[in-house]
Design a protein around this ligand. Sequence first.
Ligand code: SF4
Ligand code: SF4
Length: 351
Amino acid sequence: MKILKLAKKNLDLFVSVLPAFGEVYAPIKRGNSFVFDKPGLWSDVQMNYTRTILPPKKLLLPPCEATFTFDPNKGYQDLLNEASKPMVLFGVHAYDIYGLNILDRVFVQGKYPDPYYIARRRATTIIGVDFVPDDKHAAGSMNADFVDQGFDLFLSDIGDEYLVLVGTSRGDDIVVMSGCLLQTPTQDDFAEYKRRSKNRHESYKVQLDLEGLPEILEMEYHSKAWDDFGKRCLSCGSCSMVCPTCYCFDVKDEVDLGGRTGKRIRTWDSCLLRTHALVAGGENFREDRASRVKHRFYHKQRGFVAEYGRPSCVGCGRCVEVCPVDINIISVIETIRGERDGIASSAPASA
Ligand code: SF4
Ligand code: SF4
């Protein structure tokens, strides 16, 4: 992998080449939060943000999208062209790139490749930037605070400069277009990079123990703790909406009044919603909230491990921020491991 460096004072010049690679989205401030959006001015872009409300998933797997239209005169017409517009995601944290790599396993390398996701992923340039963990980030515990693939360029702060990892040939094209802005780093730059990486890794306030977690989840399948979580959960679905690795969606047809033409729409869904496991005839496989909360965490920390060899949580901390009743990856893991006082975790759940 090629490694270069960029002086911070030249960042404005460097980003001026990005529109040649597509419409640019970057973290900008909205109220007290951050969102990925098109920056009006480059000065709006936040290089030191904590986390965005929604992950970059929202741009590659939009919350609501039409996949094709149907018309008896024209037949089916897919909308893949819409999904193929070039886009640049600037300022993506490592855990969110890791989140996209996890979505790739499902939508690109999985049993049912998704042409819409694949078209967007191929048309998207990703430029990562490092971050300082806050009291909600668990990316260190989830091995997602560093990525070695899934980006075109990755910028790491080393003081007055960024160390720039070049991940792909497209990243190399950006380097070439940037002229002499990117330079060869020195051994001192590498030493500073290593020092800051170590400090960042050690600065995580959240330390989760994942050792043997799939087996512990197996043992705690009938734990009363799930009942306790189920009583508190509001079934709002916010935790999965903000999660970079939740990917369930619903599909429906919107038919015009004449009943002959229309379009197929898919929208984000959440396994926390009561209707998620409702099927024809009125049967609901996860009627109670406890079973829905349990399903979400078993999928992330057990089912995904069995299928893909790692949890699907990347420790972004969004579910910690958004859940109004403190059900999140930290509280659930600590409870199930018996590390939180006052909550029984081994007593059997009520029927
Ligand atoms: S489960 Fe929570 S912390 Fe983990 S990736 Fe999803 S939103 Fe982020
Ligand atoms: S766990 Fe929290 S965020 Fe998720 S559905 Fe329940 S109340 Fe909402």
